[in-house]
Design a protein. Sequence first.
Length: 386
Amino acid sequence: MIYADYNGSAPICEDVKNYLIKRLNSNGPYSNPNAIHFMGGKVLMTMEKARSECARILGAMAHQIFFNSGSSEGISQVFHSLLSDGVTKGKDIMIISAIEHSAVVNAGLYFEKKGYKYLIPKTLENGLVDIDDLEKLLKQNLEKVAIVSIMAANNETGVIQPYKEIALLCQKYHAPYFSDTTQLVGKGPFNFQECMADYAVMSGHKIGALTGTGILMAKDPSTLKSLIFGGGQEKGLRGGTQNYIGNETLAVALTHMQNNISKLEDIRLKRLEFEAKLKKEFPAIVILGEKASRLASTTFVSYPKIHGQGVQIELESQNIFVTTSSACSDNEPVTSKVLKAMNVSDDIGRGAIRISLGPCSNPESYDNIFQGMCNAYKKLSKIKSF
Ligand SMILES: Cc1ncc(COP(=O)(O)O)c(C=O)c1O
């Protein structure tokens, strides 16, 4: 079996599995980390150690790290913090890129209904946000921008945005910058302080920690507002008793990721070889976002006129699990909005499948995926000889 949907969710990593077995076999401590007794204190200490570890690896300070349930929650909290007071001081503009995850898009649409204007900078055909257009929007709306939301790495194409440059532009025009770093953390070098965004997020299940865990990073936590009233947990900024064991797994998974980050270079080289082999074998195929800098472990590829879903099913019959990333309407595959923003035609867009691995995947998996794709394309295109 080859699992090639790490951008969807990564398997629980070995270190997390071992940590959990040991943790559960040692009969605790289990307690409410906010309890004042000894057991509560012990749990709190372990969780705060995990917070410090996460902070160190993510390049943040411990007080800038808020444990939560994952990126969707972190994204909602950033939007809530910056926009829920309604339009104040004429700050009624949201600048949100066209390639954001639906967790961002839906937050933007919600606040659009509350009176904010939703502006979208252009996307270039290579998948990068057009920085000149972004600057134009920032300039035209000086002192009116309540949020800029441009992701660090795209979940479909793997294209990495120049997020530091974007952060500098936002600073220049006094606009708060949120970078959705869900796909970058664990799949490329990331440092919150160096990335210069005001806010960033991650999801535990994308890096092999327990699902239902995550982190919101805030440069200035005093700008945050809680989404959940609760009992004052996480400095009053995220109510509810913390998922302390889950939060511990975040530190374990991030440490594992840090220890294995160098393996991404092998994945990157093998991925490039895989893509070159595919292009040689099938000259019609298109690697989406190929001309931009991409995550080491992501390939978004299309054979025009062959539906991605068909390829995905064919691969699944060979025990290779990939995804299409495009929505389906009345059984008709639809080009994803990310690809539409990149001006990709429907013939290509409907054919896209995403192959995404992680730092600890076996690079040789690409050879099996290549073979599987040859079989799938051969069957689906009825091409006689490859
Ligand atoms: C770029 C990006 N942002 C946000 C999310 C939402 O993450 P979660 O579903 O873990 O809350 C995802 C998940 O696929 C993602 O890829």
